[in-house]
Design a protein around this ligand. Structure first.
Ligand code: ADP
Ligand code: MG
Length: 325
């Protein structure tokens, strides 16, 4: 009897997973579970959580809390609730850490880019909005859970951190339900629980200039990994690539890097840090990562050169081979 059980159990156990369009990108969940129905229930639970967070934190949804904050916080403190307040607080901490390279008020200018419509703000418009980009203009009241902007026209957008939060929350749900092997992904952000049952997950970092090709694969378990690239949302005009990662000092897309990858224990951090390293560039970005013992980074610059943070052993002889030629 026992023997039969042992033999039949592994036949039922398998990977359960699904990918759905959400948050303007694709969200996917893969998990190992012995029970098919329970596995599917858990997959659904992660998607439900992702939708809940999106409805709360997306600036593209009029009824979201963050849209309410953006409409009113320049006039009065707006109640945001503990969850949103805590995430905004973490975003502001990362602004301090990165000396303003990561700044959720980038949206004051950022809102005027539409990559699908291929429209961008004029120089005058950027000039007009630029003094509204400054994370120090966001004031939080932790006791009352309110947000206030210290200047008219300030806007915040959590696009550089919310997907990391979604995958972190998704993995939390799976962990407390006893799942031991899973990967949750939202766009360029993934968080792994355990490994692929004995083997690490192999995470491919895209070649920024060759669609569908992988520049480097990294074996990871129990970690988060995020990539920010200039190929996610963009349009090209007169040889210039206008993309979605904004240099807060200028209000224009950050130059010099094609993709920045960060991995480490927490997906909220890797998400915000990959955006930050992209903005800071190879030198400043990797110097920042060197100060964070749990985090590592791989940066591909505009010449296709690959750079690794100090804690990584670059693959031999391959260190500066351009991925796109
Ligand atoms: P994705 O996973 O969507 O490719 P990233 O993690 O690279 O995104 O973050 C890009 C998003 O971050 C942009 O779409 C925008 O919403 C937001 N963002 C752009 N520039 C900044 C910045 N300097 N600081 C914080 N957030 C930013
Ligand atoms: Mg990011």
């Amino acid at each position: 009897m026992v023997l039969i059980l042992l033999i039949s159990m592994p036949l039922q156990a398998e990977w359960h997973g699904e990918a759905r369009p959400l948050m303007g990108t694709e969200v996917s969940v893969w998990l190992w579970h012995e029970d098919e129905a329970e596995g599917q229930r858990l997959v659904d639970a992660v998607f439900d959580e992702a939708s809940r967070i999106n409805e709360h934190m997306s600036t593209y949804i009029e009824s979201s809390t963050i849209s309410e904050v953006n409409r009113r916080a320049a006039r009065e403190p707006v109640y945001a609730g503990t969850e949103l307040l805590t995430l905004i607080e973490r975003a502001l901490d990362i602004s301090e850490l990165t000396h303003g390279a990561f700044d959720i008020t980038y949206d004051s200018v950022g809102q005027h880019y539409d990559f699908r419509e291929r429209t961008r703000p004029s120089e005058t418009m950027i000039e007009e909005e630029l003094d509204r980009i400054d994370y120090r203009l966001v004031e939080l009241d932790r006791v009352a859970s309110t947000v206030r902007f210290l200047r008219d026209g300030v806007r915040i957008n959590l696009g550089g951190i919310a997907k990391g939060y979604v995958v972190e929350r998704g993995v939390d749900i799976l962990r407390v339900s006893g799942v031991e092997h899973a990967i949750v992904t939202a766009g360029g952000d993934s968080r792994m629980l355990g490994n692929r049952r004995g083997r690490p997950f192999m995470i491919g970092i895209r070649d920024p200039r060759r669609d569908g090709e992988v520049a480097i694969s990294v074996p990871l378990e129990n970690e988060a990994i995020s990539t920010s690239g200039d190929y996610e949302r963009f349009f090209d005009e007169d040889g210039i690539r206008y993309h979605h990662i904004i240099q807060p000092e200028t209000g224009t897309p950050a130059e010099g890097v094609h993709s920045a990858t960060v991995f480490g224990p927490d997906a909220v951090m890797t998400d915000a840090l990959s955006t930050s390293v992209f903005v800071m560039g190879v030198d400043r970005g990797l110097r920042l990562i060197a100060t964070l013992p749990d985090y590592e980074s791989i940066v591909i610059d505009a010449q296709g050169r690959i750079y690794y943070s100090d804690g990584l052993q670059p693959p031999e002889s391959d260190e500066t081979t351009p991925p796109g030629g």
